[in-house]
Design a protein around this ligand. Structure first.
Ligand SMILES: *Cc1c(COP(=O)(O)O)cnc(C)c1O
Length: 359
């Protein structure tokens, strides 16, 4: 079987070792005589898996006891409304930074719960850069950011200096490098970009932010419910949590988040150096805000696109088409992507340049 170089933005690549261990657990979990798929979420083996996943998240990110770690469902998209539903009073105001599609979707959900203040937006320049001059009023309940903009290929390389808790959608760059969690009130991430399979969402929440509003919150949508029940108020997504735990083990064994950062910077340099060097291609975003996770680029002559996609695909490089809303190309090079796969794509870009310019 030929393994492809998978540049998909999500669901996306995981380490081969994680795929193999997850598959083994589907057949028989550690010699238990049961598949992970048929095992009670209240059983001792699953509780062990869950506890290990939570403690690995705590260890890798260096999270203090003031924050809770949850594995929920509903994707990052559910957090878009769960955050204001749980934290924002009707009279309150939340500040948001609009850096692209996912931020916009998060912003859309807020007004049914309280006031939303979009402090800056990258919309006018097509979200090709991250706005940097804005003020976040200190009366804001929280300041929401999208740390990595999966579709446009920009990333916040500095944590904004604000005096309110930061709420961050880190779906596409969670665990891509070390993080100081002190400025954060909530961190959430759909697992399927950089953490595990689709089906669970990591939510890290500072306990002191809860219980401050009057509103009635449906039981399933109340963070407190899931904190009290260790994410098992209802049946949790056992398999996605298991595979995520395996991936967290892999991350820890491979140098933790410092190791991940070093590898990610090295890979990003390989692809961006080629985008800048190659006479046919150009980058989409401003250099200082380039994402280490999703490299976006275009062909200066768009009529060559189909030809390049075909050549790259037949060389095993798949998932490089840009998001349907922006076009062009996007190479998602998450934690698990080996440098050799990035090099395989770069080789195709060079071969394509040679093919086009020699005709
Ligand atoms: C993919 C993505 C989402 C949506 O995640 P779901 O789990 O599908 O709801 C939200 N935010 C960012 C930054 C993403 O990349």
């Amino acid at each position: 079987m030929k393994k492809l170089h998978n540049f998909s933005a999500g669901p996306s690549i995981l380490p081969q070792e994680v795929f193999e261990k997850a598959a083994a657990g589907v057949r028989d979990l550690n010699g238990s005589g049961l598949s992970i798929l048929e095992m009670s979420h209240r059983s001792a083996p699953f509780k062990e898996i869950y506890n290990e996943a939570v403690s690995l998240v705590r260890e890798l990110l260096g999270i203090s006891d003031e924050m809770e770690v949850l594995f929920l469902t509903g994707g990052a998209s559910t957090q878009f409304f769960m955050v204001p539903l749980n934290l924002l009073d009707e009279q309150g105001q939340a500040a948001y930074l609009d850096t692209g599609t996912w931020s916009t979707k998060a912003i859309k959900e807020v007004s049914q719960f309280g006031k939303v203040n979009v402090v800056a937006s990258g919309k006018e320049d097509g979200y090709t850069s991250i706005p940097k001059s804005y003020a976040v009023p200190s009366a804001s309940t929280y300041f929401h950011i999208t740390s990595n903009n999966t579709i446009y290929g920009t990333q916040l390389h500095e944590v904004p200096q604000v005096d309110v808790p930061i709420v961050a959608d880190m779906s596409s760059d969670i665990m891509s490098g070390p993080l100081n969690t002190d400025p954060y009130g909530v961190i959430y991430a759909g697992a399927q970009k950089n953490l595990g399979p689709a089906g669970t969402t990591l939510v890290i929440i500072r306990k002191s932010l809860l219980g401050k509003i009057e509103r009635q919150i449906p039981t399933m949508l109340n963070y407190q419910t899931h904190i009290e029940k260790n994410s098992a108020f209802n049946t949790p997504p056992v398999f996605p949590i298991y595979a995520t735990m395996l991936n967290l083990r892999w991350l820890k064994a491979n140098g933790g988040l410092a190791g991940a950062k070093a590898r990610n910077e090295e890979k990003a340099k390989v692809i961006y150096d080629e985008i800048d060097r190659n006479t046919l291609f150009e980058g989409v975003t401003v250099a200082e805000d380039r994402s280490l996770m999703n490299a976006t680029f275009v062909l200066k002559d768009p009529s060559l696109e189909a030809d390049f996609v075909e050549r790259a695909t037949s060389a095993g490089c798949v998932g490089i088409k840009g998001h349907r809303s922006v076009g062009g190309f996007r190479a998602s090079i998450y934690n698990a992507m080996p440098k050799s796969s990035v090099q395989a794509l770069v080789d195709q870009m060079q071969a394509f340049e040679h093919h086009v310019t020699s005709h």
